[in-house]
Each structure stands twice: as C-alpha cells, then as structure tokens.
Ligand binder design. Structure first.
Ligand SMILES: Cc1cc2nc3c(=O)[nH]c(=O)nc-3n(C[C@H](O)[C@H](O)[C@H](O)COP(=O)(O)O)c2cc1C
Length: 440
C-alpha cells in the first residue's frame, strides 16, 4: 500500500469547488483523492457549476454533488455535509468565498457547510495576482489562519489573465500531500469518538500564510526544500566513468517524507534506478559540476537544503574525447584527478540567502569526530552521520542508522530501521530545528 493510500484510505473528504478558472483542476484533485481510497463529497458554488458541470464531479466521486442549499436539501443537508468528515478542502478557493468564510457567511451550500464543520479545513486560494495581493484578501486569509484554517500558499505561474505571478491554485498533487500531512498529524486515526478540534492547536497570533499550522505530520508545511541524492558520475572518456555505490534510496525517502509533511521539494539526483516520488520536482544530473549548477539554480527561496548525495571528491582533470586505449598507454595508465567543488559546503557558506543546511557524512571509522569536523568546516546546521561498512546499512541497503549532530553535539541517534521510517523522523527533526533556529 502506498503512503498516500495508507493515509487516505476510508477518509471522508469534503471537496469544495468555487468559481475560479482553476475549477477544472479540482477534477484531477478529486480523482487523486478517490484513487488513494478516500470517500469524496463534492460541494460546488453556483459560480463553479458554471465553469465545470456538476455531473463531471458526480461521475468522478460517485456521489451526488451538492450545489443548491434549498434544492439539494433532501439529498444532502448543509449541516450533514461535513458531519463525520475527516477534512474539508476548498480548491480552488476564490477571493469571494474566502471573504465569505472570514465573515462567517452561510449563503450557499459550501459556506454554510463549512461554518458548521468540525474538521480541519484547507483553503487552496486561486485568483488573479492583484486580487490575491489585495490587503482585503490578505487580511481575510490571515484571519482564517488565526482561526485554525489551513491556508496553502498559491503557486506561481501563468494566470488566466495572461500574467505570470502568484495566485495560481497549488497543483492537485501538492494539495494531496498537504492533506496527508494534516491527516497524519491528527490526534487519532479512528473517527469514532474523535473530535478533530483536539487535533488543532488553539488559535494563536496569525502566522505567515503557507505556514499556518504545525501539526506533527505537517512539519514541512510552507517550506521549500532542496535535496540532493544518489551518486555522481565523473566521465573519464566517452565510455568510462568513476562513480560510487550510492543508490539514492536515502535521499529519495527524504524527499518523499518532506513532501508528505507538506514541503515543496526539489530533488536533484545523480543517476539512480528509482522512480520519482509523486508531487516533487526532480532534476536529473550526472557529474558533481552539473549537480552544483542544478543546486544553484534551485536555491532561490529555499528554506532547507539537504545534501544527501554522495558527490565524487575528484574528477578527471581532462575527459578524453576518444576512448582511452591500451594501444596508447601500455601497462600503465595515469589519470590526473582534480578536486570537485564541495556542494554542501558551498551552500553552507553562502553569504546571501543561505538556507538551513544539512549534510550527510558516510564514514567507515571515527564517525563522530569526522562528522563534527565536517559540520564545522562546511558551516552546516546539522549533519547526519552513518557508517558505510556494508552489511545491512548504508549504501544500497534498505535500512540505515543515523547519528545526527548539531553545533552543540549529538542531537539524536536514530536507530537501525527502514530508510522510509528513518527519513520521516529525520525530516521532522530537521524542520523542527529549522523553525526553532528561525525563532532565535
Ligand atoms: C471565467 C471566470 C474565471 C474566474 N476566475 C476566478 C479566479 O480564479 N479567482 C477568483 O477569485 N475569482 C474568479 N472569478 C470570479 C468569481 O467567479 C466571482 O468572484 C464569483 O462571485 C465567485 O463566486 P463563488 O466564490 O461563490 O464561487 C472568475 C470568473 C469567471 C467568469
């Protein structure tokens, strides 16, 4: 069972669709939720029903779609709508509906249902950039955030009005990740006797949009995370290369764990035989120089950088343009190697826009001393050290054991376990340390 299916199977999700041009994207969201085993009840505003036919959602969800508070009363009552729901998500959420929710209005099936809702509510705004930036909308979102609504940060992209800016509805995959993050952080997985309000922290000072609620399962919400994974491959000639045994499993597991916790993840990977985790941006590279370039291209707005790749320390000074032949070299071949840039140290030492920087140290002996020395010399915030002596941990294995150090010493020992479980624990640790560091 995939992580998505495990989190969503049997969950009741109310999907509110409002009158945004992005309403068609809610069809994909509905499909993803259904595919992961959720039971989806769709509610549409009048505006939404003008843009996408309710029958489309009826076919996708297998349930009648509620649109009119009076006409549909015999099929679905507005109060019953979210009764027993695990979560409600408004995607896309128009400026108009956001304003209504802020004011506690109940003039249609969706707003009335949400006013009565006792479950976590996710808002995925979608609108023209000026509508989004308008102080009225910003204030409405902040107020809703302060009341415990989960506000997603809209994406940037080509808006329907022909402008490239923020305001675009987050992608359906991102919304699903965000929802999973919330559900996994819920107080109790069972619905019976479960008061979802207990899962929500009490309202507090409004927080930044996109970082609205930090339940345990959503520790990465609102963060942009860049992760490197796998080996690098350093060419010697057109057919030969130097590489290492890194499988990429740890970095990929971390990318999946970070995404499941609500982070927006860019995964920069050397050549590996692993499928991309859903909902992340993957950039494939080969050499250390290419990886550095890809990292530099991804750092804009990056909150957390995790250097998990096994980057070659050296590359051939000169890559032969033709195959190196024994005809030319006889019994001995000498290749000059030069140092590769240290990618994690490059990020750790950035003077401007330096993200919270986490490195990995793969050691065969004296792990603690070497890890602490690397932490200091590369100017890292955290370093996760593992032993790579073969056996059932480290490179290529499905399991690992990590010792995590910060500048004060050992922060955590994560005992031998599957890389998936380990990645989740490490992601929570990293995001918590990052947020604490920001508070200081
Ligand atoms: C084609 C079209 C696209 C629209 N797209 C958006 C949008 O992306 N975001 C938004 O806030 N309003 C958008 N509007 C305006 C809303 O539909 C309008 O404010 C309406 O009152 C929203 O009602 P509702 O929130 O009940 O769905 C659009 C209108 C049209 C005709």
């Amino acid at each position: 069972m995939s992580a998505q299916t495990a989190a969503l199977k049997g969950r009741k999700i109310v999907l509110g669709v409002t009158g945004s041009i992005a309403a068609y994207k809610a069809c994909a969201l509905c499909r993803l939720l259904i595919k992961a085993g959720a039971e989806v009840q769709v509610v549409m505003t009048e505006g939404a029903a003008k843009l996408v036919a309710p029958h489309t959602f009826m076919a996708l969800s297998g349930h009648p779609v509620a649109t009119d508070i009076f006409k549909d009363a015999d099929k679905i009552g507005h109060i019953a709508l979210s009764r027993g729901a695990d979560l409600a998500v408004v995607a896309p959420a128009t400026a108009n509906t956001i304003a209504k929710l802020r004011n506690g209005m109940a003039d249609n099936m969706l707003t009335a249902g949400l006013l009565a809702a006792q479950c976590p509510v996710v808002i995925a705004p979608a609108m023209n950039v000026n509508m989004y930036r308008n102080p009225a909308t910003q204030e409405n979102l902040q107020v809703l955030s302060g009341r415990g609504f989960y506000i997603m940060k809209p994406g940037e992209g080509d808006l329907a009005c022909g402008v490239r800016a923020e305001g675009r509805m987050p992608e359906p995959e991102e919304i699903v990740s965000f929802i999973i993050g919330i559900l996994q952080g819920g107080a109790a997985p069972e619905r019976i006797g479960y008061d979802p309000r207990e899962a929500l922290p009490s309202p507090q000072a409004p927080l930044e949009i996109g970082q609205t609620r930090l339940l345990p399962g959503a520790s990465g919400a609102g963060l942009k995370v860049v992760i490197t994974a796998g080996p690098t491959v350093e060419a010697l000639d057109p057919v030969r290369f130097l590489t290492n045994r890194s499988s990429g499993k740890m970095g990929f597991a971390l990318a999946e764990a970070a995404r499941a916790r609500g982070a927006k993840v860019t995964l920069i990977s050397g050549p590996v035989a692993l499928p991309s985790p859903a909902g992340i941006t993957r950039v494939d590279v080969r050499s250390a120089l290419e990886m550095l370039q890809a990292v530099e291209n991804s750092l804009d707005g990056c909150d957390v950088f995790i250097g998990c790749a096994a980057v070659a320390d050296y590359r051939a000074d000169h890559i032969a343009s033709e195959k190196i032949s024994k005809r030319d070299h006889g019994d001995e071949l000498t290749i000059k190697f030069v140092r590769n840039p240290d990618i994690v140290a490059t990020v750790g030492k950035l003077e401007h826009g330096r993200p919270f920087t986490v490195g990995f140290a793969a050691e065969t002996e004296n792990g603690e001393a070497h890890a602490k020395a690397k932490l200091a010399s590369k100017n890292l915030d955290l370093i996760a050290m593992n032993y790579v002596k073969g056996g059932d941990q480290g490179f290529q294995s499905d399991c690992n054991e990590l010792f995590v150090y910060d500048r004060d010493g050992l922060e955590a020992h994560l005992p031998l376990q599957s890389k998936q479980v380990l990645a989740g624990e490490l992601a929570d640790l990293i995001f918590t340390k990052y947020r604490n560091a920001k508070k200081d």
